[in-house]
Design a protein around this ligand. Sequence first.
Ligand SMILES: Cc1cc2nc3c(=O)[nH]c(=O)nc-3n(C[C@H](O)[C@H](O)[C@H](O)COP(=O)(O)O)c2cc1C
Length: 328
Amino acid sequence: MTEALATLYRVVYEEVLSRLPEPTAIAVGQTALRLLPLDRLPAFRLEDRRLAVTLGGVRLPNPIILAAMYYDTRILARAMGLGFGAVTAKSITLNPRPGHPLPNLVRVRTPAGPGLVNCNGFANPGLEAFRGALARVSHRVPLIVSVAGESVADYVTLTRELGVFGDLVEVNISSPNTKLVYAWSERPQELGALLAAVRAATSKPVIVKISPDFADANERHIIPAALDAGIRLVNYGNTRRIEEPRLSQRVGGLSGPEIFAATLDNVRRTRRTFGDRLQLIATGGVDTPEKALRMLDAGATAVSYFTGFITRGPILARRILDALLARL
Ligand SMILES: Cc1cc2nc3c(=O)[nH]c(=O)nc-3n(C[C@H](O)[C@H](O)[C@H](O)COP(=O)(O)O)c2cc1C
């Protein structure tokens, strides 16, 4: 059944979705997610107590997480029934943002497989509207809220206000396509104050999501600053910044299998350097069960993905869970 659904999705993706202009494909995909009650079908899930992990003290029914991209709470609620052990909401800013003009997302065919490059620019409804919508979401699995700001005060307000509705809070200092958050990784010395202030603003576990573009600074400054601030959860990481002339901003963040090898290296090295002082979420390029297992074997506590959800479909989480269970 699982493999049949995977094959069916592959055909739909290759023959239909990937032939549509990107904005149309996004609209079709998101409408389907809102309308089709896929989360009621047991085929998309696998419940087994042996798969559970604890992240920052929060129990996840399994270590597979949907990475930050969606803010529509209907989609987030749906995703909670699609096999994930936790679901991450899109990074939210203090005020609503329209995001960058189109084209802000393009498909790429890389040697490693199908990927995306985006310069989304944090299109999101802003704190007030999102808070209202979040209050109505029941947490079938833990919800990770994500915050993105320009100043320490932005991050503190967002963390305090959204932390109430999330089971964990993710601090985004790594999306490459606005000056908004990426600049924090370019000023690692100032990060300590930011991370300490965020840590103090919520009682929930805090995750810092870092960029693969700053491997050296991550190891020397950013992760040590997080540990000093009492933050023990690291999401490694975000998209890789590349030039892409088709995008309105001419640069964007590459996601998908082309960044898998670097993510794996980053996870392995970080685990070796910091040992069990931190818990690691591995994000970047996972689009097969085998890649998810390799991340866990390299020292990840949990694995998250977004592009694989699009290119391999909602059945991917279940396929990973089957593989995990098979080797227990
Ligand atoms: C269109 C799009 C929007 C994204 N928005 C966010 C975001 O708001 N916050 C964030 O931390 N990461 C965001 N990401 C990055 C993903 O969460 C993830 O870190 C990245 O895509 C690498 O994982 P993947 O190769 O599995 O997609 C976005 C990615 C895409 C493609």
